[in-house]
Design a protein around this ligand. Sequence first.
Ligand SMILES: *Cc1c(COP(=O)(O)O)cnc(C)c1O
Length: 495
Amino acid sequence: MNLLYQSTRSEDVKVTASQAILKGLADDGGLFVPERIPALDVPVAKLAEMSYQEVAYEVMKLFLTDFTEEELKSCIAKAYDEKFDTKEIAPLADVDGVYYLELFHGATIAFKDMALSILPHLLTTAAGKNQVDREIVILTATSGDTGKAAMAGFADVPGTRIVVFYPKGGVSPIQEKQMLTQKGDNTFVVGIKGNFDQAQSAVKALFNDKALAAELADKGFQFSSANSINIGRLVPQIVYYVYAYARLLAQGKIAEGEMINVTVPTGNFGNILAAYYAKQMGLPIAKLICASNDNKVLFDFFCTGTYDKNREFILTTSPSMDILISSNLERLIYRIAGADAGKNKALMESLAKEGSYSITPEMKAQLSDFYGNFADEREVAAIIKKTYKDTGYIMDTHTAVAAKVYSKYVDQTGDRTPTVIASTASPYKFTRSVMNAIDLQYNTWSDFELVDELSRISGVRVPNAIEEIRTAPIRHNTVCEVEEMEAVVKRFLGV
Ligand SMILES: *Cc1c(COP(=O)(O)O)cnc(C)c1O
């Protein structure tokens, strides 16, 4: 029997996994959620003997039940190949007894590669299964990392085009250069004069515009989403938590069934939601530690039960977490509302209208698996420097937010449960902020001088993703107002 997906905002529509992947967002503006979370059906001891690709199959087959074994294995094989610079795909670094799950060994050196290297294959397979003959147009808002990873995944994939919007001035210099040098005739990058939330809201509005959809359908196009609201991104992210547990077991760092904690640097709430789903599947995870930067809307939510985005948007050195509307939180709200779409819808309408909502005490009681905290800019820089001085390990700014929040958690609770920290980007992606944290004298160095110096002091080879952009020509230069986004999309599609 197929596992079906329904919207978080209405009960009446049920679709298969492949249809949910194709649509991205439900017609009523809700997110697709599985009707139930399937249980892991392979013992962890068995998983401990498997490769990343094999674990991926065991997890994904439970969620994407209308894909055949052959289809799924083919998607997995095409995604997790030599694009990753290590056979392990997601290695664990043991840094003084804390396990950093390095999710940045893919093509664009951020964790977005874990899902976006497989999404294009899932999507084109889904299109084939559902007799879609229109060209698929991926619309994506990015806070810096999704855009590049999505383009790397979709570049020159037949039957697809991709348009990426990023906040001009709101991403790191390396992130911007990575995007603006993107190859592929089907890729299009646009800087918008606004922040990430504005880009994301405008993209959602384009998705929900029925008249636009009809006009594009006439011309042979159909929108889909590569943002983390797509379950085709969420499901592949569950895999690495299961894999991390299996590796810790294989390495003798934990015993079978022993609990672990997971700490996740959080923005749109996709990565930590995947960990929550892994826990629901039966993986022995105790606490889900949600780490925010100065945009600490989630920390406040976990403290008070009120989600309130009415506040100043702060640009930080962890730009991929500069988000005030964490879209995937809606899937958690839906669950703690007792899978009540009506209740969830009312809260989301309040968020759209008032910019805030409050959950009931009964709902809040179900958040006890979560711990939220935040790290400010000074704390982020300090922990990068301290970890480097103490251990030689250099982490990026996002991972540093998680590391700091984890240390606050241990200070407050004394909880010594083995902990996995999701390490979401290579320090090479945020070289300037990382190097300035280590020593302010680096302030005057050029971006690529810093890259070479980082390699020298860390002993880690400069990744290909960075080597490539040293000399790559800029191929994109469009900048527009938020209001012009629809016109820009149409121009690119020639309609
Ligand atoms: C996207 C991103 C995050 C935030 O992940 P979410 O799934 O949006 O919560 C954290 N760190 C880095 C480096 C990212 O690219």
